[in-house]
Ligand binder design. Structure first.
Ligand code: PDD
Length: 285
């Protein structure tokens, strides 16, 4: 079934969607994005995604394409037009279309705004059931990974390389420590029984799922340590897992060819996945 997408002010069939060759998202990766999960036709963690979008726009002096109310209405209208029950909405804002120039155009250039849906078949996934095998690669991305820009080439390259080598995904490292996955945040359950994940900084994206999962874990009385961890510590951990709006909470069972514990998805990751999904369904709007 052909989707209806939203492009610069219009809902159109995906085959008719057009973007200017001068769009700065296309020429300079001069744009930011959000991916919001949709469950039972409702938007998951929507306010938090909206707040992070606002922050990304502000960090890059990108003009806002619409008000908060308009953006929410667009999300809902797209869900409705595509009869989307389960999946996600991708939103992208770019600095608009002007003749190619490294200097940012005047602030009154009309920003580009695109939204489209991506359906998924089920809340479950084979990866969640069997766990991920991740490769390890140096984190060669830029120094502002806290901004959710569309500049995803290195992450895409590293994940493609990992797939060619038979892995599911890749964890990236810097100065000997894991930063994050190609498009997800990384965690371990330490030998001391604490959930360990890197603290927020310019080195990682402040994941919306990360914040919801850590909140849920704290409410459940679990201990959390926000600090760096090495590949060796992760390989010797009791469990490992990732979070994102697409993967929710997904166990990691092997890191750079070394099995984590018994090589099967851990109890904590499975429990956090259930906790997260229950809360996501309860609070979706
Ligand atoms: N990626 N880290 C990176 C580099 C990411 O690209 C993402 C999300 C996350 C997790 O953030 P959140 O929990 O807000 O989804 C962490 C999205 C899903 C994507 O690019 O498709």
């Amino acid at each position: 079934m052909s989707r209806t997408v939203f492009v610069n002010g219009e809902f159109v069939p995906e085959a008719d969607a057009r973007i200017s060759v001068f769009d700065r998202g296309f020429l300079f990766a001069d744009g930011v994005y959000e991916v919001t999960a949709v469950i039972a036709g409702k938007l998951v963690d929507y306010e938090a995604h909206q707040a992070r979008l606002r922050r990304s726009l502000a960090e890059l002096d990108l003009p806002s394409p619409a008000t908060d109310d308009e953006l929410l209405a667009l999300h809902r209208e797209l869900v409705r037009r595509n009869a989307l029950d389960l999946g996600s909405i991708y939103l992208q804002v770019t600095r608009g279309a002007v003749d190619r120039d490294f200097v940012w155009p005047a602030a009154d250039t009309r920003p580009g705004l695109v939204l489209f849906t991506q359906p998924r078949a089920s809340l479950d996934s084979p990866e969640a059931e069997r766990g991920l095998r991740v490769a390890v690669a140096p984190d060669l991305r830029w120094g502002r990974r806290d901004i959710k820009t569309v500049q995803l080439l290195y992450a895409s390259m590293a994940k493609s390389q990992a797939r060619r080598e038979g892995f599911d995904d890749v964890w990236m490292t810097e100065n000997g420590f894991v930063t994050e996955g190609s498009s997800n945040n990384a965690y371990i359950l330490s030998q001391e029984g604490r959930i360990v994940t890197p603290s927020l900084s310019r080195s990682i994206l402040p994941g919306i799922t990360r914040s919801a999962v850590l909140r849920g874990a704290a409410e459940a009385g679990l201990e959390i340590e926000e600090r760096p961890f090495s590949v060796a510590e992760a390989q010797g951990a009791r469990e490992a897992f990732i979070t994102s709006a697409g993967a929710f909470v997904t166990p990691v069972v092997e890191i750079d060819g070394v099995r984590v514990a018994n090589g099967r998805p851990g109890d904590l990751a499975q429990r956090l996945r259930r906790l997260y999904l229950d809360e996501a369904i309860r609070t979706a709007i």
